[in-house]
Design a protein around this ligand. Structure first.
Ligand code: FAD
Ligand code: ZN
Length: 480
């Protein structure tokens, strides 16, 4: 469709396409779609649209293009950088994919599953399991985040070490482009070298280049044996030395390797019922590690025990437990989840989701902690995360008793301090959560001019009118 159309006419035609079930227009109904969990951003929108099929999405996008109405795609709205919140000016529509939640196909022979973008991650995991397969993406928000959001943020989580990020788990995509054309790229091929790999533009694209409507994803053999250990260590350097040993000892059976500081365990214990310290004496650092095998006689437990005995003899580990049952495994993982939840009850928290080369993790944590403590005595650094991937959630809880607003007003100052250090270590200022609004103005400080220009050219080529999730990742171009 070319030419322009009035906004009112376009909206009427859009309502007719999606039908009454596909429109939310009242303030109370729209409210949850206009802000995110951290409440850093609060937007406004003309309507929230909930199309039920790719054809409906394409119809909506064509009309929005004709009337120049910006579109903000939204999945489970669990993202942590404000990327799914519409702009404050109220000119956009939110396009929520939640009704597109069908598993279109599952192929245990090809080890693939084809799902619509609105499928909740946990439902995809369950569908794979029902076919005796594993879909390995796993993260705290899995009960509500959606595949389209996982793809658009290139989500990571706790099993990246073994299975990779969403980018690694994707074979094909179906995308509605900013002009309303549908690109059917739902290929299930493991090998396909026929030019530029276009799906990777949309994966991690944060909804700025088009709307993902479906994906063909990789499945894996289901683990038959899983062992989980929680170990106490004196120094963060020991955690990384242990990681190297664990990797060597267990090869690709090491599935997760998470770092937890003492403060994290304390926060989990203070605020999550049922979480307790699994070890007899406090340690300064902990690692939560998991090994898994798709064979029933994998000998995992004895291998893990041998690793621990050796690590304790070498003075790397002070004490540790290996879960004796599935229930105990869950209890150990509850510490990890409880720590994330617990931070919310400890006042303001300035967040950093960064990565450095794995070999530099310990040095980075030590230097960054010293730098923030020098700037604000009493600040409580909480360095945790997927350190097996070099990914540290370097969160800073306010000093006890401090004024939360005064502390949070220093967000940008602490970001610069930490991100400058990350850059010196050759790292990234967004390991897994994306750029969105939160880090948009921070990005030009760290990306090279040529990378930023290439990103702008890609954006202009695919979305010349700038209607797809405007103002996210890249600042909007100045009005001409
Ligand atoms: P949303 O928040 O709805 O959207 C995120 C972005 O994707 C926005 O830019 C939006 O416009 C875009 N988008 C959504 N759907 C589409 C679509 N169909 N087409 C185009 N664009 C779309 N993230 C990790 O990577 N690893 C973790 O370990 C992790 N743990 C978390 C734990 C908790 C408790 C919480 C609350 C969040 C966590 N996250 C984590 C962040 C978040 O869950 C992920 O980024 C998730 O992938 C977002 O999915 P969503 O469906 O909620 O997306
Ligand atoms: Zn994470």
């Amino acid at each position: 469709m070319t030419g322009s159309m009035g906004v009112a006419e376009a909206l009427e035609r859009i309502k007719a396409i999606v039908g009454p079930k596909g429109v939310i227009a009242d303030a109370a109904g729209m409210a949850p779609f206009l802000e995110e969990e951290r409440r850093l951003y609060h937007g406004a929108a003309r309507l929230v649209l909930r199309p039920a099929s790719t054809e409906e999405v394409a119809g909506v996008v064509r009309l929005c293009a004709a009337a120049r109405i910006p579109i903000v795609p939204q999945g489970g709205n669990t993202g942590l950088v404000g990327a799914a919140v519409p702009p404050e000016d109220g000119g956009a529509v939110v396009l929520s994919l939640g009704r597109m939640n069908r598993v279109r196909a599952i192929d245990p022979v090809d080890f693939t599953i084809t799902v619509e973008a609105g499928c909740v991650l946990a439902d995809v995991q369950r569908a794979a399991e029902a076919a005796d397969r594993l879909f390995p993406l796993s993260l705290g928000a899995e009960g509500s985040c959606q595949i389209g959001g996982n793809l658009s943020t290139n989500a990571g989580g706790i099993a990246v070490l073994r299975y990779g990020t969403m980018r690694d788990l994707t074979l094909g995509l179906e995308v509605v482009l900013p002009d309303g054309q549908v690109w059917d790229g739902l290929r299930a091929l493991r090998k396909d070298n026929t030019g530029y790999d276009l799906k990777h533009l949309f994966i991690g694209g944060e909804g700025t280049l088009g709307i993902i409507t479906a994906a063909t994803l990789k499945l894996f053999p289901r683990p038959r044996e899983v062992e989980t250990a929680f170990l106490g260590l004196a120094r963060v350097e020991d955690a990384m030395a242990l990681f190297a040993r664990a990797r060597k000892a267990s090869g690709d059976q090491l599935t997760a390797f998470e770092l937890i500081p003492r403060l994290g365990l304390e926060m989990a214990m203070r605020h999550t019922p049922g979480v307790s310290d699994p070890l007899a004496a406090p340690a300064r650092w902990y690692t939560l590690l998991e090994v898994s095998s798709s064979q029933t006689e994998g000998g995992l437990r004895s291998a893990l025990e041998a690793l621990l005995t050796e690590a304790m003899a070498a003075g790397l580990v002070e004490d540790g437990v290996i879960a004796a049952s599935g229930e105990q495994q869950n209890a150990l993982w509850r510490i990890r989840e409880g720590m994330v939840e617990g931070q919310k009850h400890e006042g303001g928290s300035i967040k950093h989701d960064v990565s450095v080369p794995v070999s530099k993790v310990a040095e980075f944590i030590l230097q960054a902690s010293a730098a923030v403590e020098a700037k604000l005595p009493g600040i409580r650094p909480l360095a945790f995360g997927h350190v097996g991937d070099g990914n540290i959630h370097f969160n800073l809880s306010q000093p006890k008793g401090a004024d939360t607003r005064v502390f949070l007003a220093r967000w940008a100052e602490f970001n610069h301090l930490v991100h400058d250090l990350v850059q010196r270590f050759g790292g990234s200022i967004s390991a897994e959560h994306g750029i969105g609004r939160l880090k948009r103005d921070e990005l030009p400080r760290y990306k090279s001019a040529i990378e930023l220009e290439l990103m702008r050219r890609v954006k202009r080529a695919l979305d010349p009118e700038g209607l797809m999730n405007p103002g996210k990742v890249l600042a909007p171009p100045p009005a001409s």
